[in-house]
Write a protein that binds this ligand. Sequence first.
Ligand SMILES: Cc1ncc(COP(=O)(O)O)c(C=O)c1O
Length: 410
Amino acid sequence: MKLDLSRVAAAARQAQAAASEPFCAYLYDLAALRRHAAALARSLPVNCELFYAIKANSDLPILQTLAPLMAGFEVASGGELAWVRAHFPSIPVIFGGPGKTDQELREALAQDVERLHVESLGELERLAWIARERGRTVSVLLRINLPLHDLPETTLTMGGRPTPFGIDADQVPQCLAWLKQHPEIHLKGFHFHLLSHQLDARAHLKLLESYFRQVRDWQERHALTIEELNVGGGIGINYREPDRQFDWPAFTGGLAALVRHWRMEFCRIRFEPGRYVSAACGYYLMEVLDIKENLGRTFVIGRGGTHHFRTPYAQGHSHPFQVLPVERWPYPFPRPQVARRAVSVVGQLCTPKDVLAVDVPVEQVRVGDLLLFPYAGAYAWHISHHDFLRHPHPLHLYLPTEASCHAANQ
Ligand SMILES: Cc1ncc(COP(=O)(O)O)c(C=O)c1O
């Protein structure tokens, strides 16, 4: 997951030079995305498959780059399902997420989703009713919340304690009894997604081991045939210490050993990560509009803000950035600048919450320079409140993959 900043910086400077307004953009390196996703898929044990959780970033060029490399896409709403089906009519789709409506369940059947992840007994009842209405059978996984007391603390925990996600593990016997009476629903196995932002490969292996142990226990206790286990996504990006990322090679090595130890080779194991797949291919760029001192602190105000790039505020971190010097200065007066100073980077919104980085030392920054925020390819544009204050949206630029460059040059 090495970032190729020189290619990105050159493209950013070129795009800024062509802009007639102060510059603000998302820039995605599709070649880097393709290399990264291919390496992830290649390194998993043979009975493992990679689905991409499109909620992280569902832009079409991102999905088009990933589609040939992934086993399929995971969607979490009727809107995501419609988007995927409009552009990828035959790609395998997993449909999960809480609070599915009857209409979404009907669409899931109509659009032939490969697997439905069911979140509650109530949803099972409604799904069975809809399946009967259509004379259909449906294959499902039950999403389960396990009471795990040693779950690592992250900023996004979806399980291990009371949450709205999944079925309480204690209700599994009740679900299995219900399923015996409902042949229209085929149970293929279980789904777990207990947390996001996992940065520690060993802790993630431990979490997966808890799933394997639990599934083995249910299998024996209830004489179940389990064909499939979905272990969710949740692998994090280290925004605070970008040089210390999740150790993927250690994880896949440990996973192969874990699969052998728990004799899980019989079972198809699916992963559905979002952040870890697409975060590193995306960059958010702001042109510096103003620099000012205010009650002893230095603020750099960039074009854009958290209404485009809510990731730092949502996760409570100071986002790493680099200053890209830009030599153009069109005004007849001196250029505002600071050197060897700690600066806070903020956006254009009228709220003190519009903060992207706090008290970060910089060598030099001037009005008109560009600020480049890496790791902005997941839960960035897609989780932001775009129209607050009605500032213009950023440009969305896609650096092509080598294959599309090659095709364009033919
Ligand atoms: C059920 C489920 N699967 C997968 C994901 C993707 O998680 P991440 O982007 O952390 O890998 C999420 C994220 O919320 C989720 O809720």
